[in-house]
Design a protein around this ligand. Sequence first.
Ligand code: AMP
Length: 371
Amino acid sequence: MIILVINSGSSSLKYQVRDGDDVLAEGLVERIGEAEVPDHAAALDRVDHEVAEALGDRGIDAVGHRVVHGGERFSEPVLIDNEITRAIERLNPLAPLHNPAAVTGIRAITQKWPDLPQVAVFDTAFHRTLPEYAWRYALPDELYRTHGIRRYGFHGTSHAYVARGAAELLGVDAFTGVIAHLGNGASVTAVRDGESVDTSMGLTPLEGLVMGSRSGDLDPSILLFLLREGYTEKELNELLNRNSGLKGLTGTNDMRSVSEAAESGDKRAQTAIDIASYRLAKYVGGYHVAVGGAQALVFTAGIGENDDNFRSSVVGKLGALGLELDAERNAERSRRARVISTAASAFPVLVVPTDEEAAIAEATAGVVNGS
Ligand code: AMP
């Protein structure tokens, strides 16, 4: 089954065409809204052209959309119809940058290829199993009832995929442990018997770990303080989502540059790594408790898969849990799922590469074949 995986941004459209594990085509259309690509329909024409060239006389069988917010309703991927599209649209206030773009992408495809089955795969879905004591904030109930203010969690497609990969590597039916997805956005999830029981991102992807340009956890009074200092909502949003995290601490949001700077003796870069790895180590300790004793700690995504220095900085802070990295295994570069701890480590530390497109394509095929 040939599947087109679509990740729609407000001004970009990322796509991949897959047949099982084979990637037949992929690309990115940027600057949607400008003269050359006036709208998502025009972007799709471009994708259509590129895909047709790659596929020859074969055609696409289904489309899988990455949808950031599925709210409380969606705990699984679903076949899209008009009612589902409107339901995704109703969640716009919870993900004002992402959901409108996904809806635009869905409608553009419905118009261009009305007969093609489309599936929505939600970033929040895997976290629908969180117990109430983990998803509820200590705020008046009214805020939850009227505005849906609660923890939703994100990166769910990746965490679910990596949990399955970790279970396979460990030779168990269902994974119990802690997964750290460390990319430009970063989150950590506590998984018990294959289900998410806690996760660091909250109402939005801003909460939790130190990220490329997001602050992660803060004392909320900092916002009140800055409001009194005259910051506007727009400025606060920019500050916390675009100019904080590694970017705020070092000037760049790219961990590779931060790592290189730290290795050549840059103090600010080293401090940023210390702050980010300490924050993650605290979460791992907490989530070890949340899952009732982890079977493994798993690293994934750009930093988790490639930055041995950052991994050792995190695990070095987890001596109290009895974790110990094998320096040689940790330094090995590979695309394979692997163990990077010593035999003496209290539980294994793993690297399991994530592949969100593969997970979306798999989920899409599952829904289409089942319907
Ligand atoms: P992602 O969002 O999963 O693509 O991850 C992006 C992040 O991974 C960026 O901060 C990159 O600098 C970082 N990254 C990728 N490769 C490496 C590497 N070899 N060493 C350190 N960081 C890396």
